[in-house]
Design a binder for this molecule. Sequence first.
Ligand SMILES: Cc1cc2nc3c(=O)[nH]c(=O)nc-3n(C[C@H](O)[C@H](O)[C@H](O)COP(=O)(O)OP(=O)(O)OC[C@H]3O[C@@H](n4cnc5c(N)ncnc54)[C@H](O)[C@@H]3O)c2cc1C
Length: 479
Amino acid sequence: MEDDIRVSHSFGRSYVDVLSARRGDAKWVTDAVAYPTSVEEVRKVLDLAMQQDLAVIPWGGGTSVVGGVTPETDNHRGVVTLSLERMNRTLKISPRDQLGSFECGIFGPDLEQRLQARGLTLGHFPQSFEFSTLGGWIATRSSGQASSLYGDISHRVMGLTVQTPGGEVRWERPIEEATGPSVDSLFIGSEGTLGILTDATLSLSPRPESATYRALLLKDWKDALVFLQEVAAGPVVPAVIRLSDPAETRLTLAGREAPLGLKGVLERTYLGYHGVAQGGTCLGILGFEGDRSAVDAGWKRAVPLLARAGGIDVGRGAGESWRKERFSLPYLRDLLMDHGLFVETLETGTAWSTLQGLYDALHSRLQEAARSLRLPLFIGTHLSHATSHGACLYLTLITQQSPEGVDEPFTTLKRAAMGAITSHHGSLSHHHGIGSMHRPWVSPLWEGVARDVLWSMKSKLDPKGLLNPGKTLPLRPQP
Ligand SMILES: Cc1cc2nc3c(=O)[nH]c(=O)nc-3n(C[C@H](O)[C@H](O)[C@H](O)COP(=O)(O)OP(=O)(O)OC[C@H]3O[C@@H](n4cnc5c(N)ncnc54)[C@H](O)[C@@H]3O)c2cc1C
C-alpha cells in the first residue's frame, strides 16, 4: 500500500492533527487502509482483524476534530483503517413515508442531492458537510447548522445496521415503538468503538418550499441572548439561530478591502450602527425554512422581539451571503496556520440559565492560561444550535504556534477550557464528540453500574477490544 494513503488516513482535522501532519510529526500511522464495497467485505476485514489481532479504525470522511480517527494503539499487532467511502449507495427512498435508507459511506452533498431530487431533505448541514459522511455523523452524534428546526442526527435515525466482531446488529422501525429498551441507540455516538455502521434509515422532511435568512445586529450580547431564547421557544422555530459575540463580530467584519458579500454589506451597516451602539455590537443570523406561511409567521413574531432587544435587521442579502459562505469559513484556518498562527475551536452546550456563567468562566480561564504562557489570545465566540432549553457555545482561539512540537499551547488551553466546562455545567462536547481528546474527562459521566453495563456490551460486541482503541469510552472497570 502507498505510504501517502496510509499517512493521509492517520490524521483527522484538529489543530494538533493538521500541525502534526504538516510537520511530519506522526506518532501513529495506520498499517493499511481497507475499502470494502459491501457488508460481506466489511465482515471479512473484521474476521481478519480477529484472527490477526489488528485494531480497526472506522473512517468516514476523516473530519474528526477530537482525535477520533488516529490509529492510537500499542496493544495490537497492527492497525487497519476501514474506509466506508465505497459504500455510498441509496438503498431506498420513500417520499410517502418520508424515510430513506443509505449506506453509511455516503458524503453530505450526494445524500442531500439524492433526497432533494425526490422533494425531501435531511436538513443536516454541519460545517464539514462537504467532507463528512452519514456514518461519521451518526457515530459522533453530529449537529447540523440548521439543528434548531431539524434536530441533530440522533433525532433522525430510524434504523441502523452495525457490523461488530461479535456479529451483526440490525433494527429498523418506520415509527416509534414501545418494545422495551433500545440497545440499538447505544451505537449512536459510539464513535467507532462498538461497531461499523454500514447502513442507516433516516426520517426526512419535505424540501422546504421557502427559506429566508437574515443578518441582524444587536447592541448587547446579554440582551441578544434573551431575544434568541424567546425566538428558540417557538412556536415557529428558525432552522438557524446564531449569534457572534463582539470579538467574533469584529473578526467577521475584518478584511475591509472585501467589497462584496456578507462582509461588504455588514460592514457598511455595522459602521453606522456601531457609532450609535458604542461598541459591543453582535452579529446574529436567523434563518426560517418551511412552507411560506410558516416562514412569514416566524419573521412576524421575531421582528418585534428584535426591536425590544435593541437590534436591527440588516436584511436578506447579508443573511443569504452567510448561508452561501457557511461551508467555506474553515479554510481560513489553514491560511492562518500558514502564517504561524495557532487556530483551534472548541464547543460545549448548556442550559439557558447557565450559559452566561459558562461563557464568562471559559473566557477568564482561557485568558488566564494564555497569560501563563505569555501569549496573546484572541477568543471569538458564537452561540448556535439553540433550542428552548439551551444552546451551544462555539469558541475560536487564535494565538501563536509553538515553533517546536505541537502540544503547546494546545494542552494548556484545552485543560483550562475543560476546567471551566466541567465546573460550569457545560457538556464535554455539544457535537464534535469525545475521541481521544476529551477522553480524560469522560469517566465521571459513566459511574458505577452504568460503566459496567457499557463495558459488558463492549466485551460482547468486541471481545478483543479491536475497535477504535483508546477512544471515547471511559476506562474499563477493574475486576
Ligand atoms: C471544518 C470542520 C467543521 C465541522 N463542523 C461540524 C459541525 O458543524 N457539526 C458537527 O457535528 N461536527 C462538525 N465537525 C466535526 C466532524 O465533521 C463531525 O464529527 C463528523 O460527524 C465526522 O464525520 P466523518 O464522516 O468525517 O467521520 P470521521 O471523522 O471519519 O470519523 C469520526 C468518528 O466516527 C467514527 N466513524 C466514522 N464512520 C463510521 C462508521 N461508518 N461506523 C462506525 N464509526 C464510524 C470514526 O471511527 C471516528 O471515531 C467539523 C469538522 C471540521 C473539520
